[in-house]
Design a protein around this ligand. Sequence first.
Ligand code: ADP
Length: 695
Amino acid sequence: MAADERNAFEVYRDRVDRPLGRLFREYGASEAHWLVVGMAANVVARVAGLIPPVVLGVAIDAVFTGTGPYTLPVVPDAWLPTEAGAQFRLSVLLIFGSFIVTGVFTYVYGIAANNFAHRVMHAVRTDSFDQIQRLDMTFFDDKQTGEVMSVLNNDASNLEVFLDNALQNSARLGVMLAGIATVLVYYNYELAIVTLAAIPLMFLFTLWFMRAVEPRYVAQRSVVGDLNTALENALSGVELVKTSNTEAHESERVEDASFSYFKRTMSILRLNYVYRPGMELLAGLAFAATFAVGGFWLANGPPGPFTTELTVGTFVTFVLLTQQFVAPLAEVSNIIDQYENAKASCERVFGLRDIPVRIEDDDGAIELGGGTRSDGEPRNDGGVTPAGDPDHGGVAGAVEYDDVSFAYPENALVDPEDADEEVLRGVSFSAEPGDTVALVGPTGAGKSTLLKLLLRLYDVTDGAIRVDGHDVRDVTVESLRSSVGYVAQDTTLFDGTIAENIRYGRFTRIDEAGGDGLDEDAIRERVVEAAKAAEAHEFIDSLPNGYETRIGERGVKLSGGQRQRLAIARVVLQDPAILILDEATSAVDTETEMLIQRSLDRLAADRTTFVIAHRLSTVTDADTALVLEDGEVVERGTHDELLAADGLYAKLWGVQAGEIDELPEEFVERARERHVDRAVERATAESEVDSETID
Ligand code: ADP
C-alpha cells in the first residue's frame, strides 16, 4: 500500500518499537507481584517434579542393588536413615510428597499467572477504549471501525493467549530444562554431555524456524486486513450490495481474500510440520543416545574418553529425566505461534495508543459558564431550568466567528501540515444570546462544517471561535459540548428504552453521580416534561410500554418524525444555551411537521440558535441569515434584505419558490472558477517548493 494511502493507525502501528517489552513496562509493572509469585511457585513446582526420578535412582542403588550410599542432593547425610527398610519408606514418602507439592504449587502458579495475564488484559482493553473515545473525528472519518473493533476483540484475545498460555509454558519449559540439566550434571557430567548435546541443536533449529516463519506471519497479517476489509465492506454496505445485485461480486472478493489467507496460513503450517517433529526427533535422539551410551557404560565401563563410574540408579534417573522434556519441547512451536500473534497485536494496541489526541482540554481550561449560574447558584441545579429562567448553566450563548478558515485534515493525525483544500475561508460573524441564525447555501458550501467547528469536533485551521468571549479551545470540551445542543437530521438512537434515550447525555446513569442529586422519580418527571415540550409525549404514551418501550438497535422501529422528536426531547433535557438544528430535508406529513416546528420553536425560544435551513420559510423567521457559497459567506442579512440584494439568496429563493427552474449558470460557473483558481494556486505553490529543493 502506498505511504500516502495509509491511515494514521497503520503509520503509528509501524512506528511501535519492541511492543511486548512496552506491554510489560507499561502494564506489567503494576501487576508484577502476581508475576513474581507465579514464577516462584513455578520454580518450586518444577523442582519438586525432579524429585521422583532422583529418589528412584538413589533407591535403586542403595536399597535394591546395594551398589551405592543413600545420599540425596542438598540433604545432609546425617538426616537420612541407614537401614534399608527405612530408606525405602522415606523414598516412597518423598515421591508421594513431591507430587503433592507439585500439585499445590502448580495451583498457586496458575492463579498468580492468570491474575497477571487477565489484569494486564483488562487494563489494556479499557485503556484502548478510553483512547478511542478521546480521539477526534479525523480518526473516525477514515472509517476504521472494523480495525478498531479488531483491536478490542482479536488483539486483546491474542495478547491474553500469549500472557496466559505462552508465557506460562515457556516459563515452565525454561525452569524445567535448567533443573534437569543441573541434576544431570550433578550426577554424571560426562553422560550429561551426551544427553544435553541435543540442546544447542534444538536452539539453532528453533532460531532457524523463527527466522523462516516470521516473514510468513507478516504476510499472513496483511491478508487478514484484506479479508476484514472485504467482509466489512460487504456487510456495512449490504443495502447497496443487494440493490446493485453485486452479491456474486462480493462473494468472490471474500473468497479471494479468504483463499489467500488460507494459502498464507498453510505456508506457516508447512514450516510447523517440519519444526514440530524435528524438535521431537532431536529430543528422541537425546533420549536414545542417553540410553545407548548409558547402557553400554553399565555393561562395559566408561566408553571412549569418559572416566567416571555410572550406576544403574543414575542411569535410571537420566532416562526418566530425559523422557520428561520430550513432550514440553514439542510445545515450542505453539509458543512461537502465540508469540508472533501477540507481537503483532501488541503493535496494533500501541499503534492506537500513540495516535495523538488533539482535541483535549488545555492546561488551565476553564468551565464555560464558570460552574455557577449567573445568579451565583451552583450550576447543576437539578435538571431542566424552569420555563422563563434564561439561565442554561450560566452560559449566555454569545457566539463569535473571527476570520475562521478550516480545511479537513486529510492525514493530519500523521502530519499536521498535510491538510486538504480549505472548505471554509475567512468566515466572520457574531450572534447575540438568543439570536436565531439561519445558514443557507448550496450543498457542500460548508454549512455543517461551520457548525461542527462550534462543537469542536474539529479545530479551526485559522482564526477563532468564541463563546461568551472565550475561545472554544480555552474552555473544557465537556462544558462546551454541554452548552451546545444538537438536533441532527438523522437521529441516532441507542438500543434501550425511550426514557433511556431521552436521558442520554444529561442523566445517562441515574444510579451514579450523573443524577445530579435527583432521585429516579424526579428524573422521570423531567423526562416526561421534556417529551411534552418536544411534542413526543402523546405518541410515547400510546406505545404499549410507554416510556419503557425498548427501541430496536438504532431505533429502527420509530418513524423519522418520532425519532426527531426524541432528539428534541433529549436536547430539552440538556438545556443548552446554544442550539444547532440541522433541518430535515426529507418530507414528513404536514401534521408531524407542525408538531416538530412547534417544539423546535419552543426549544429555540431563549437560546442562540443556528439552523441549517433547507426550507427558506425557516429563514424568514430567523434574525439573520448567512449565505454560504463554496466556503465563504457571500451574503448576510434578513430575508427581506437578502431578497432586495438580488444575489445568490434571491436566486435560491427563486428556485425554491418555483419562480426559476435552476440556479443561473453564472453561479455554477463562478463556483467552478474558484475551484480552478485554487487548484492552480496549489500547483504553483507545490512547484515552488519543488524548485527550491532542486536548487
Ligand atoms: P454543507 O453542509 O453546506 O452541505 P459540508 O460542510 O457538509 O457542506 O461540506 C463542505 C465541504 O467539506 C464539502 O466539499 C465536503 O465534501 C467536505 N467535507 C465534509 N465532511 C468532510 C470530512 N469529514 N472530511 C473531508 N471533507 C469533508
